[in-house]
Structure formats: structure tokens, C-alpha cells
Design a protein around this ligand. Structure first.
Ligand SMILES: [Zn+2]
Length: 395
């Protein structure tokens, strides 16, 4: 055990090398395949078994339980998302200055990828035995429009859905948080379309901009609870042709968030009702005044994102374990609410947390992103102890 801890400190140069190497392999949303290949090669090099890439591009590698374990069909998973927010054209200038690494994605989530490689490598070169096997996963599709598709697929695959007992997710830098509450979100694009027309001669034709404006007005007055915290946002609005045209179309993007699925459902109903009423109000006089057929405004509502909410039971084994590990390490960490890959297992009632990969980082989702390796070993020890405590070493 001591030797494993020692390696987590003394192999830092290897960890930062992996971190820079992986950052140089582009992984835009829906374009993660070369990074997946890179990670599969590293998984093989460090001795993980049954290394494979599934049909959506998730990478898996296994470390078996100790021989004779009776619980070898229940896994502890350690995962990190491999996708970034950066489009293919982004120049990936990754460089190191002292203990700091710089470049797009270097912390989110190359720090997570380096962490799972570090844990797998250190276990591989030590004699530590454990009763539950480990599955290491580099998953696709965590960021933005990826909409958690990688982790969703893991938990739709019978082999993993039925066997992963605990999910530990590494996302970004840090050792001082544990995400145990999954912030859910549902996102819509709403396109309102009407007959359009000339501002003077077609006056009275229903106006898609006005429909959206009425709906926004109504939605913005919808009460939301402070607990569970629930929010909504109209983030983008577009539409129209010119100042003297009645628009043929207008669109908006709406983001609804809560830790409670009930509140998200309630907000979605409020949004749909607001749109129905706005169309009624705008179309009714138009039906009387206009002589043109099909002259009403209609709305198309397209769901563009759906991240389920969930919460780790305060009495769960996983929360007790991470708290005990933090107490043992003298590490003070706070429980946080966020949207991560943990949303998927948590929404299914499974035990899952997301933590950082140690060190510190900043500038996520910008070209100025950085990661500082100082103190990375604390974050890694925290993850390793959590994995071993979950897996059990005796029996
Ligand atoms: Zn991330």
C-alpha cells in the first residue's frame, strides 16, 4: 500500500506527460475516436485486461478481482470523459512551465484521464488485491451537445448496467469537492413559424416574434422553488427579416434546470402552456382579420438536451466511504451539486460521485486553460483509497 502511495507521488512526471500527450489528440464532441484509440493503447500498456472500444466510442479496461473472490461480478468503475468542448480546428498548443500545464482541455478533462491512468498504472505495478474488480472507462459525450451520451450508453448496456455497483467519476482538477447531487437540465429550441408579410399591407397577420415574446413574458413569471433549486433561462432568441417585414419565423433556446425531475417536468408544462396561450392570443384576431389560408403562427418544440437529475442517498455506502477517506487524509471537501456523468447512474438510483483528479486548474472551456500538478498526489490517494474501500480487500 505504501509503495502504491509512493508511486502516486514519484511517477508525477509520467502522469503529466500522459496529460499533455492526450491533450494533443483532438476530441471534439462526436469526434473522439482518435483519442479513444490513444487511451486504449495506454490501457493495454499498463496491463489492463479486456481492453475494448464499444460502438459509441467508450474505452474500457478491466483489472480483475483477486483470485477466488466471490463477488467478481460486481464492478467499481472509475471513469473520465474524453471529449472536449473544442472544435476540430482548435490549435492544441499544449506546453509546460514548471508545475503548470497550459492548453485547451488540459484540465477538463485531461486531468481526469491522467488520474484514471495513474490509478490503473499504480495498481498494476503493486501487489494490492481487491475483492471487487475494477473497470476503467474513458467515455465520450459528456460536454454540451454530447448530452451524456457515453455514460448513457454504458448504463444501457446490460453487461455494465447490471454489474457496476459503484461509479467514481473523475472530472477536472481538485481534491476538495464531491459531486453527489446531479443537477438535471432539459433544453429546448422553439421555432415559431407564420405567414410573414409586409409590415403595412399585411398588418394584422400573426407575428412569430410576438408569440415568443408573449411566451417569454408568461414563463418568466412562473414561480420556482428555492429548494430544490430550480431555474430557467431564455438564452438565445433569433428571428425576423427586416424592420418592415412581419417575420416568417423566430426561434429561442430555453434551459430548465433543477435537482428534482418533478420540478423540471413542471417547468416544461409551464413552457408548453405559455406557448399555447401565446399562439392563441396572437392567432385569434388574425383568424378574423386575415383572408389568407394557413395564416396562423405554429410552434415546433425540439428537445436539444436532457440530463436527468438525481441525488446520492446520504446513508449510501459511497458517501460514507468518501467522507471516511477525506477524514483519514485530513482533506476537507464539500458536497456539491453539478451536471456530470454521475447524473446517469444517480438518476437510475445507483451510487455514484464525481471528484477531481487532484492538483488545481482553471480556465476550463477556454484556450487559456491550465492545470497545476502541485498536490496531485492527494487527489490520487483519495481516489485510490475510495476504490479500495469500495472494493474491499478482505473476505
Ligand atoms: Zn469535464
Amino acid at each position: 500500500m505504501l509503495s502504491a502511495f509512493g508511486r502516486l507521488r514519484y511517477q508525477e512526471s509520467q502522469f503529466s506527460q500522459w496529460q499533455m500527450d492526450v491533450s494533443r489528440v483532438p476530441a471534439p464532441p462526436f469526434g473522439e475516436s482518435s483519442r479513444a484509440e490513444w487511451l486504449a493503447d495506454r490501457f493495454r500498456e499498463i496491463g489492463l485486461a479486456e481492453v475494448q472500444i464499444d460502438q459509441v466510442g467508450n474505452v474500457f479496461g478491466i483489472r480483475h478481482a483477486r483470485p477466488g473472490s466471490l463477488r467478481a461480478n460486481r464492478f467499481v468503475s472509475l471513469s473520465a470523459h474524453i471529449d472536449t468542448v473544442f472544435p476540430t480546428s482548435t490549435p492544441l498548443h499544449i506546453h509546460q512551465q514548471g508545475t503548470r500545464l497550459y492548453g485547451p482541455g488540459v484540465s477538463d478533462n485531461s486531468a481526469g484521464i491522467a488520474a484514471i491512468l495513474a490509478i490503473a498504472a499504480v495498481l498494476g505495478s503493486s501487489q494490492v488485491l481487491h475483492a471487487l474488480p475494477f473497470v476503467f472507462i474513458g467515455n465520450v459525450g459528456e460536454e454540451g451537445e454530447g448530452d451524456l451520451r457515453g455514460m448513457r450508453h454504458v448504463f444501457e448496456t446490460p453487461r455494465w448496467r447490471d454489474s457496476i455497483a459503484y461509479s467514481v467519476i473523475v472530472d477536472g482538477a481538485g481534491s476538495d469537492t464531491v459531486v453527489a447531487e446531479a443537477l438535471g437540465s432539459r433544453r429546448f429550441e422553439i421555432v415559431a413559424r407564420g405567414p410573414g408579410g409586409h409590415s403595412w399591407t399585411d398588418f394584422g397577420a400573426p407575428n412569430p416574434v410576438v408569440v415568443l415574446a408573449r411566451a417569454i413574458q408568461a414563463l418568466s413569471e412562473t414561480p420556482v422553488p428555492a429548494a430544490p433549486k430550480t431555474t430557467f433561462n431564455i438564452g438565445v432568441i433569433r428571428g425576423g427579416t427586416s424592420v418592415n417585414s412581419i417575420p416568417e419565423s423566430a426561434s429561442m433556446r430555453v434551459d430548465l434546470r433543477s435537482t428534482s425531475m418533478i420540478e423540471i417536468d413542471r417547468l416544461e408544462r409551464a413552457l408548453r402552456l405559455a406557448l399555447d396561450r401565446a399562439m392563441d392570443a396572437e392567432n385569434r384576431p388574425a383568424a378574423v382579420r386575415s383572408i389568407r389560408r394557413h395564416s396562423t403562427v405554429q410552434c415546433e418544440i425540439v428537445e436539444i438536451g436532457n440530463r436527468p437529475a438525481g441525488e446520492l442517498d446520504p446513508a449510501s455506502r459511497l458517501l460514507k466511504v468518501i467522507r471516511a477517506v477525506d477524514a483519514h487524509l485530513g482533506n476537507s471537501a464539500i458536497v456539491q451539486r453539478a451536471s456530470t456523468d454521475a447524473n446517469i447512474p444517480l438518476s437510475l438510483g445507483r451510487e455514484a460521485i464525481a471528484v477531481g483528479g487532484g492538483g488545481t486548474g482553471g480556465g476550463a472551456h477556454t484556450l487559456q486553460e491550465w492545470f497545476d500538478c502541485t498536490g496531485r498526489d492527494l487527489g490520487l490517494r483519495r481516489i485510490l483509497l475510495t476504490m479500495l474501500a469500495l472494493a474491499g480487500i478482505g473476505e
